[in-house]
Unconditional design. Structure first.
Length: 252
């Protein structure tokens, strides 16, 4: 007897930035392949005929702490040891939002609206704050409080948040420029945030820095000083990319 194959499920996240286009695309796809099931997350409804909406309300503090603790125990590969008070403070800073707390088991993203309480909560935990200055620039939001986070002892990472709706830029050097000029980070802090700290968020302990026994993933710059990575805005500073010890890209 042949095993029954479940219908495919397509997950689309953060649709609110391109709501109309995503709604049209989903409707066309379902017309062409009605067996497909979709789960879309958005701050506003897609308005597609036949869709069901499920509103996620903030969790009560006790439930938020339980969810955070469970996800933290199951997902962390390194770190750990948050106190109960630290976890409660962090869940309050995340406003009890279920998805934020699930992701917060290792990291929490954006942080544009994070105030002093949130900064203190992150600094007291081993949760890493992922800062996305390009998204803040695109959307006209305040820049995340990187200087306050670092000064308070919180760990941070930098990323592009590359997507077609709110951060259509794949350049980490541009992220580093914004980190230094807008987030008030020092060049060495920006470099660590987009290398070793970013690897930590992904649980990749074998890369992100240069050391014996680690993967030889590195970038060679064509610049008189490594700090030109951030100093030269949108400059063509990357000369060679090495992955696992092999050259995968070299500028002519």
């Amino acid at each position: 007897m042949a095993a029954r194959v479940a219908p495919p499920v397509l997950v689309i996240d953060n649709c609110e930035h391109v709501l109309s286009d995503v709604g049209d695309w989903v409707a066309q796809l379902l017309d062409a392949a009605p067996e497909v099931r979709m789960v879309c997350t958005s701050q506003a409804p897609l308005g597609v005929a036949g869709s069901c909406e499920f509103l996620l309300t903030p969790l009560e503090l006790v439930d938020a702490v339980t969810l955070f603790t469970e996800r933290s125990a199951s997902r962390r590969r390194i770190g750990g040891g948050d106190s109960a008070d630290d976890v409660r403070a962090l869940c309050r800073a995340l406003d009890g939002l279920p998805l934020a707390i699930e992701l917060g088991a290792r990291s929490v993203d954006h942080l544009e609206a994070t105030g002093p309480e949130g900064v203190a909560a992150l600094a007291a935990s081993d949760v890493l704050g992922v800062l996305l200055p390009i998204a803040a620039l695109y959307l006209g939001r305040p820049m995340p409080p990187a200087r306050a986070l670092v000064d308070a002892g919180a760990a941070i990472a930098l990323a592009t948040d590359f997507n077609p709706g709110s951060a259509f830029c794949e350049s980490l050097p541009v992220v580093c420029t914004l980190a230094c000029t807008q987030l008030r980070l020092r060049p060495e802090e920006a470099l660590s945030a987009c290398t070793v700290n970013a690897a930590h968020v992904l649980g990749l302990t074998d890369r992100g820095r240069l050391a014996p026994g680690l993967r030889a993933d590195l970038v060679l710059l064509d610049a008189p000083d490594w700090r030109h990575l951030a100093y030269h805005l949108a400059g063509d500073v990357v000369h060679t990319v090495v992955r696992e010890g092999r050259i995968v890209h070299a500028r002519a």
